[in-house]
Design a protein around this ligand. Structure first.
Ligand code: ZN
Length: 357
């Protein structure tokens, strides 16, 4: 095998202690405390011949078990087993203190601190590229964010507007993006109709905060800011793209498909700061990889632009809910795209997005 040094641009190490107890439903508390209950249910389903349900519960169990791991380091050890030793990982924390479910047991500042400690680990510290996160409702002056960047040495910023704020929230526009652009720090943001969502937020509003168009004003104001729209538009939009039979007339993903929007925006060359990653979405590998391959292999100038803006990422440990393992997807992807394109999205592009070259 050739010597590609992979950068996985999108993983999570936060644990159950960083998630409010009542999320997503208070009545799931016992399941979170006793993950073996899910196991038991899976066993019962298997006994009565409900194998698909049993398998889904089994995967939910794998996911729960991961989030209950005692530390960020324990989760990192688990993901590193799937990759070559010299792989590096962009680690994205979450601030779940202000989206309507109460406070998590451990604060964001301690989550940042623990992640910073991991980067000082003599054995695995080099594998970690730490990002800081912000919910402007919890940190309106971005004090904690800049503490993480300036004092702890974090390398970029992650936001999650679906929690209930616009990406061009005035607090972010004044205290975050100008400085990021000046210091060349990359921005990662969740761009999928799925995922975590603010408690009081309708799907419609959450989608307005999440869609690619929501970044136009930021890109106009900060053309040199490198913004990665994670998940390449997300599962729902890929599913709608792959099968255009629209069953629900209100399903927005058929008429305003985010995957198509992202490709057009990047392909146009008008938004040089725009990037995307393939995390989570490509875990439905067989369905989507033929399309990704075509998008990345074209000869036109817009294909060339897209090829330079797609990042490899996985979304571990969210992917514990999927059938294929991290390692299985990584190898299939490398096989399907070929060494040259795989190297581009897993090594060259991430290094440029991070500002290392
Ligand atoms: Zn993620």
């Amino acid at each position: 095998m050739s010597d590609i040094r992979i950068i996985n641009c999108h993983i999570h190490l936060f644990t159950g202690k960083h998630i409010p107890e009542d999320y997503p439903y208070w009545f799931l508390r016992p399941l979170k405390r006793m993950p073996w209950l899910i196991r038991l249910l899976a066993g019962l389903m298997c006994l009565i011949g409900q194998h698909p349900a049993a398998e889904k519960l089994d995967r939910l169990h794998r996911f729960q078990k991961e989030s209950q791991a005692g530390s960020q380091k324990a989760i990192l050890d688990n993901v590193r087993r799937h990759y070559p030793d010299n792989t590096r990982f962009v680690v994205l924390p979450m601030d779940l203190s202000a989206f309507g479910y109460g406070r998590p047991e451990v604060s964001l500042a301690r989550q940042h601190d623990e992640l910073a400690e991991l980067t000082r680990d003599p054995d695995i510290g080099k594998a970690v590229i730490p990002f800081a996160t912000i919910d402007p409702r919890a940190d309106p002056q971005a004090t904690e964010l800049w503490r993480a960047v300036n004092q702890l040495g974090f390398k970029g910023v992650k936001i999650y507007p679906r929690l209930g704020f616009a990406p061009d929230d005035p607090r972010l526009m004044s205290h975050v993006y100008p400085k990021m652009e000046a210091h060349g720090l990359p921005l990662m943001t969740h761009c999928s109709r799925g995922g975590v969502q603010g408690r009081e937020l309708s799907d419609h509003r959450a989608d307005r905060f999440t869609e690619p168009q929501a970044y136009l004003s930021i890109m106009r104001a900060h053309p040199r800011l490198r913004i990665c729209l994670a998940h390449f538009g997300g599962q729902k939009d890929w599913a709608a793209y792959v099968n255009p039979d629209q069953e629900n007339p209100l399903a927005d993903e058929y008429t305003r498909n985010w995957q198509v929007q992202i490709r057009r925006m990047i392909g146009s060359g008008n938004y040089p700061g725009l990037w995307t990653d393939i995390s989570y979405t490509l875990f439905h590998f067989e369905d989507y990889v033929p399309f990704l391959r075509l998008f990345l292999m074209g000869d036109e100038p817009e294909d060339e632009r897209l090829r330079k803006r797609v990042l490899f990422g996985s979304d571990f440990y969210m992917t514990r809910q999927e059938e294929l393992s991290e390692k299985a997807v990584c190898f299939r992807l490398r096989n399907a795209l070929g060494e040259e394109v795989f190297r581009q999205i897993a090594e060259e592009n991430p290094a440029r997005w991070l500002g290392e070259t």
